[in-house]
Design a protein around this ligand. Structure first.
Ligand code: GLN
Length: 456
């Protein structure tokens, strides 16, 4: 009830939810009954969770932020949702997002624009802006997002919460609406590293319904987070940290640079050795990401044809039914991505764009491997600036895409990365949070969480 009240109070300004569950209290009462009966409780018993709207839920609509799926109710739960329910989670609602995950502000949602709880004239980031804002505004305790090119990490940074993008394959994608299947992962938001770890533990693991999900054993990450030792004991002694040199140069706000420098000094106080490390292909990652993500999405989104799901515009001919349903149901950003993707994949251009982008992806992976052979973890800002004003980049897609420079390379390499608040910049009206990104080797989430827990 407390969370529902808080949600009702804050929602008119924040607008993070597309749907609020009708049976929140019923779900919570079910946990109460278990407590009365002395039954075993799961790791998320009574935990209030928000779920990004591109993750399928059987008891709530799932639109992916798109008009074309308005009113769609899946016949099944995503595996991550099923696992959360089994652990006793209370699902409070579905959170707003850029249509099908394409965007960095939630302004590309078909339904509403979410605002940043720190300053409601600013964007919460995106595409999982609703999930990040909901945790930041304490409308839920933790939430699920998805991260194809930074959609968990950049909003976590803008909203001052913790966000983790797990290794590709750690969490099943079954029931996650596909944007770019080779990059998509479900990730977690929380207001502390421990909260985020508990949620990640609950949703990780192999799933026969997702052929790309990993069979690796899932360690209990949260239980390994020991209570923070004192600063004097240098709890991170010997840890080698590589500061990615390309992430502190031109185009990065000075406030971000100085905040990251202060975070670096804090890591040194904790006992880490920090050295600069170069990833020579870093800047190529951005164009490669936008070619690959658009190409994959142009294929994935062909399923929204007005026949199988969602809204249909009636027409005499089948081809005009497809055309009219898609023209009416899909938003401008999504249409632009589909056009870019089909262009990059077309016969005459395939070698010049798609193939080259795949080659860049190989280079990016190689750069990371070399850097992580030398270092335990890598660090960078999570975004080149703090949250910017609503509307500021809405009509300038290239400026908005450029804001993803800190995050997209990690998806190209399939690596895990944690973002946590590390300081503030002064924006005049209010202080705005800045996030530190910690990147690790594949399936090394445990190390990221340990460092993050001690750091915070
Ligand atoms: N902003 C990026 C994009 O628009 C990343 C989105 C995401 O991670 N879903 O593609």
């Amino acid at each position: 009830e407390e969370y529902l009240n808080r949600l009702r109070q804050t929602e008119p300004q924040v607008k993070s939810f597309l749907h609020v569950s009708e049976n929140v209290i019923k779900q919570a009462e079910e946990i109460d009954r278990k407590i009365e009966r002395n039954e075993e409780l799961g790791s998320l018993a009574g935990v209030i969770v928000g779920v990004k709207d591109n993750i399928c839920t059987v008891d709530m609509p799932s639109t992916g932020g798109s008009r074309i799926l308005e009113g769609y109710r899946p016949a099944f739960d995503a595996t991550a949702v099923k696992k959360m329910r089994e652990c006793g989670a209370v699902l409070i609602g579905k959170t707003n997002m850029d249509e099908f995950g394409m965007g960095s502000t939630t302004e590309a949602s078909s339904f509403q624009v979410t605002t940043n709880p720190w300053d409601v004239t600013r964007v919460p980031g995106g595409s999982s802006g609703g999930s990040a804002a909901a945790v930041s505004a304490r409308q839920c305790m933790v939430s699920l997002g998805s991260d194809t090119g930074g959609s968990v990490r950049q909003p976590a940074s803008f909203c001052g919460v913790v966000g983790i993008k797990p290794t590709y394959g750690r969490v099943s994608r079954f029931g996650l609406m596909a944007y770019a299947s080779s990059l998509d992962v479900i990730g977690c938001f929380g207001s502390s590293v421990v909260d985020t770890a508990i949620l990640l533990d609950a949703i990780s693991g192999h799933d026969s319904r997702d052929a790309t999900s990993s069979k690796r054993e899932v360690p209990n990450l949260a239980s390994q987070l020991v209570s923070t030792e004192s600063l004097e004991s240098k709890p991170l002694k010997g840890l080698k940290v590589g500061l990615i040199s390309e992430t502190l140069g031109d185009g990065i706000d000075v406030g971000v640079v100085s905040t990251i420098q202060a975070a670096t000094a804090h890591l040194e106080e904790l006992g880490c050795t920090v050295t600069e490390v170069s990833l020579p292909s870093f800047s190529l990652g951005l164009p490669a990401y936008y070619i690959l993500a658009s190409s994959e999405s142009s294929s994935n989104l062909s399923r929204y044809d007005g026949v199988r799901y969602g809204n249909q515009v009636a027409a005499e001919e089948l081809s005009s039914l497809y055309g009219a349903s898609r023209a009416n149901g899909l938003g401008p950003e999504v249409k632009m991505r589909i056009l870019m993707g089909t262009y990059a994949l077309s016969a005459g251009y395939y070698d010049a764009y798609y193939k080259r982008a795949q080659q860049v992806r190989t280079l990016v992976k190689k750069n990371f491997k070399e850097a992580l052979d030398e270092n335990d973890i890598l660090i960078s800002p999570a975004a080149p600036s703090a949250a910017y004003k609503l509307g500021e980049k809405k009509d300038d897609p290239l400026a908005m895409y450029a804001g993803d420079i800190m995050t997209v390379n990690v998806n190209l390499a399939g690596l895990p990365a944690l973002v946590l608040p590390c300081g503030f910049v002064d924006s005049g009206a209010t202080a705005l949070p800045i996030g530190l990104q910690i990147i690790g080797a594949a399936f090394d989430e445990g190390k990221l969480l340990r460092v993050g827990h001690i750091f915070e």
